[in-house]
Design a protein around this ligand. Structure first.
Ligand code: NAD
Ligand code: UD1
Length: 338
């Protein structure tokens, strides 16, 4: 009995594979490496001392998925595979709908064919939209997504809720991630963005290592304590542990359940920059720049439901997130490229 991890070579997937293997679970990974490097999986093996089957395939490839389900006894799926860059999704909506929606539909069809009814899905806090006051709770009404990437997450949540109505035996855990940063404390796996990063922490670490000259802080005139936006940063190892709890929950329950994975703390952009400098001893030059379109002043979770249903709580704080992001960056200045 194995857990299929789609997108297992990516940032969150690779960390989750480590957690699953460390917990003694059997895993099978499928990835097409459109946004990752297979070296990540080699390092997962190195870190855990365990081996697993790895399929180099696109999740939209129905025959490849059938082969995976035929060759393995898959009891549950953790579905990370997808495209995730907000700005790129505005430029390339068709590619985003095609990749994210079709991969999910093909996966669900093949799961149905093989009688597999346990799914953990990577959703996002972006589904809450702009109309809710943080801390965000799972029963709040979902907002209209402002970009194609966010729309794919909302649409997939809807698809999974509909599926659970149609099939009373199906279990779908919709994990709404807040802002995952950090890296495995070993410094062997971490976030490896292509090109210039869009997200704050990889931008900060690339400034710190000297690959980029300075950080632009997008807006200091928000209605927040220091004027910069508040976000709920979560250590990727805590997030990965949440998937282990979610997969166990999915094994024992039916229906669709949305669950936040966040710390419940809102830190500002400048909190993060200053904590990073203090913890690492490396300065991060920055300038204040205009606001970025689509940014909300404050986004942070209420993490109570995850504690109640999954028995999961975060262990790491902002200092560990900064320490481990930097440890990964300085040991791998150009990511997985050796
Ligand atoms: P990532 O890009 O590092 O990992 C995604 C993996 O999926 C990559 O290895 C990529 O090669 C693979 N992939 C993409 N499309 C595929 C396909 N059609 N077939 C096979 N493999 C495919 O991203 P991540 O940060 O690890 O995110 C994982 C999931 O979590 C994504 O669905 C993302 O949208 C979601 N998520 C991420 C964040 C975040 O901040 N990182 C926040 C909320 C939600
Ligand atoms: C973004 C996406 C969100 C997605 C998440 C993870 C937008 C509007 N939201 O979230 O849908 O789920 O990434 O991929 O794109 N910042 C700077 N300078 C930078 C980069 C970021 O000041 O160079 C600030 C941003 O304004 C924001 C904070 O840092 O206030 C965090 O930004 P980011 O890491 O991009 O995450 P989100 O915007 O929260």
């Amino acid at each position: 009995m194995a857990i299929l991890v789609t997108g297992g070579s990516g940032f969150i997937g690779s960390h989750t594979c480590v957690q699953l293997l460390d917990a003694g679970r059997e895993i099978v990974v499928v990835d097409n490496y459109c946004n990752s490097d297979p070296e990540a999986l080699a390092r997962v093996r190195e870190l855990t001392g365990k081996d697993f089957k790895q399929y180099d395939a696109d999740v939209r490839d129905r025959e490849a998925l059938r082969r995976i389900f035929t060759e393995n006894h898959i009891e549950a799926v953790i579905h990370f595979a997808g495209l995730k860059a907000v700005g790129e999704s505005v430029q390339m909506p068709i590619e985003y709908f095609d990749n994210n929606l079709i991969s999910t539909l093909v996966l669900l069809e093949v799961m149905k064919e093989f009688g597999c009814k346990r799914l953990v899905f990577s959703s996002s806090a972006t589904v809450y939209g702009a109309g809710n006051q943080p801390p965000l709770t799972e029963e709040m009404p979902l907002g209209a997504p402002t970009n194609p990437y966010g729309r794919t997450k909302s649409m997939i949540e809807d698809i999974l809720r509909d599926l659970c109505v149609a099939d009373a035996e199906f279990s779908a855990v919709l994990l709404r991630y807040f802002n995952p940063i950090g890296a495995h404390p070993s410094g062997r796996i971490g976030e490896n963005p292509n090109g210039i990063p869009n997200n704050l922490m990889p931008y900060v670490t690339q400034v710190a290592i000297g690959r980029l000259p300075k950080l632009s802080v997008f807006g200091d005139d928000y209605n927040t304590p220091d004027g910069t936006c508040l976000r709920d940063y979560i250590h990727v190892v805590d997030l990965a542990r949440g998937h282990l709890c979610a997969v166990d929950y999915a094994m024992e329950h039916t229906g669709a359940e949305a669950i936040n994975l966040g710390t419940g703390e809102g830190y500002s952009v400048l909190d993060l920059v200053h904590t990073f400098a203090r913890v690492t001893g490396v300065d991060v030059p920055y300038v204040i720049a205009p606001r970025r379109d689509g940014d909300l002043p404050a986004v942070y979770s209420c993490p109570d439901k995850a504690k109640e249903l999954l028995g999961w709580e975060t262990e790491f704080g902002l200092e560990e997130m900064c320490r481990d992001s930097w440890n990964w960056q300085k040991n791998n200045p150009t990511g997985y490229n050796k």
